[in-house]
Design a protein around this ligand. Structure first.
Ligand code: OGA
Ligand code: MN
Length: 302
């Protein structure tokens, strides 16, 4: 049986009693789903798992997204490699994934549900880990809105565009990214989602808006949309909503994209090596009441 120990009262729990090299029992799976909604970020410590274990575990939660970069674990197109390691003059992974506030795949009609990252190399300096990942709690950010804003925003929708984050990265000093070609942009057209989503696990509202991809509140004129989006970005990133994860080798960290934002801190140098293997799980099943009901009833009968 699994137990969950909260890490902070904002977000995060450490999962005890799990060996992800083995399939989860139905009861454990249901408990993990419930905990994902409750804690947002779950850390399984000291996991030694194969790429296949990582893929099989992740696939329990929904369909797996294939990375567009083409840099993936050999033989596993669903496992992206995030790394600044260079081997034989070639990068073995994406060196700069997720280095600003965002939530994965909000620009997609089918949004992201969870990411699962296995930490293989964690950079250190003077005995301290580098390359932490920050998270922000969007259940709490919703709750923290004034009643007036909750009412005003209730039926608003937001356009999310993959190109916004990409452009932000291109314009960074030293970036090797190039602007997307019209063909690449056409493959990732913007997508529209409600400002507030009802979280499929908790049944509570979340603020589903993020600085990385949100470009427009569709019901407002451009100037008013710009003003309100900036106000929301500032609101949702307040330190009181944040948890900072310091990685250890062997961590399998999974987080809920619907209820959190994240930001990978690039505070390490090229010779300080970071290496993560990642599966991105889409929200193609989690909004299906049957999927949840099946999981829950398995939990009760397990
Ligand atoms: C991601 C991402 C975070 C990290 O995997 O989606 O943004 O810490 N990466 O590498
Ligand atoms: Mn990300």
């Amino acid at each position: 049986m699994l137990t969950f120990e909260p890490i902070t009262n904002v977000l995060g729990a450490t999962v005890q009693g799990a060996n992800l090299a083995q399939p989860l029992s139905a009861g454990d799976f249901a408990a993990v789903l419930d905990a994902l909604g409750r804690y947002g970020v779950l850390c399984f410590k000291q996991q030694s798992i194969s790429p296949q274990n990582l893929r099989d575990f992740s696939a329990c939660f929904g369909g797996l997204q294939r990375g567009v970069s083409g840099i993936h674990e050999p033989g596993f197109p669903e496992i992206s490699v995030l790394s600044n390691v260079i081997e034989n003059g070639k990068p073995i992974g994406l060196p700069d994934a997720g280095q600003d506030w965002h939530t994965d795949m909000s620009y997609n009609d089918t949004i992201g549900f969870v990411n699962v990252l296995h930490a293989i190399k964690v950079p250190h300096r003077d005995g301290r880990a580098l390359g932490d990942t920050l998270f922000a709690n969007m259940h709490a950010a919703y709750e923290g809105l004034t009643p007036e804003l909750k009412t005003q925003l209730a039926d608003y929708t937001v356009t999310h565009d993959f190109n916004k984050f990409w452009e932000g990265m291109v314009s960074r000093p030293g970036s090797t990214r190039k602007p997307l070609t019209p063909e690449q942009r056409a493959k990732r057209p913007p997508s529209v989602h409600p400002m507030f989503l009802t979280h499929p696990i908790t049944g509570r509202k979340v603020l589903y808006c993020n600085p990385g991809y949100a470009i427009r509140i569709n019901e407002l004129n451009e100037a008013e949309s710009y003003r309100l989006l900036n106000l929301l970005f500032e609101h949702q990133l307040q330190p009181k909503y944040q948890y900072r994860h310091q990685w250890m080798v062997g961590d399998v960290l999974m987080w809920d994209h619907i209820g959190t934002l994240h930001n990978a801190l690039p505070d390490y140098a090229p010779h300080e090596h970071r290496l993560m293997k990642r599966c991105q799980v889409m929200a193609d099943r989690i909004f299906d009441p049957d999927f949840l009901a099946r999981s829950t009833s398995m939990h009760l009968s397990a």
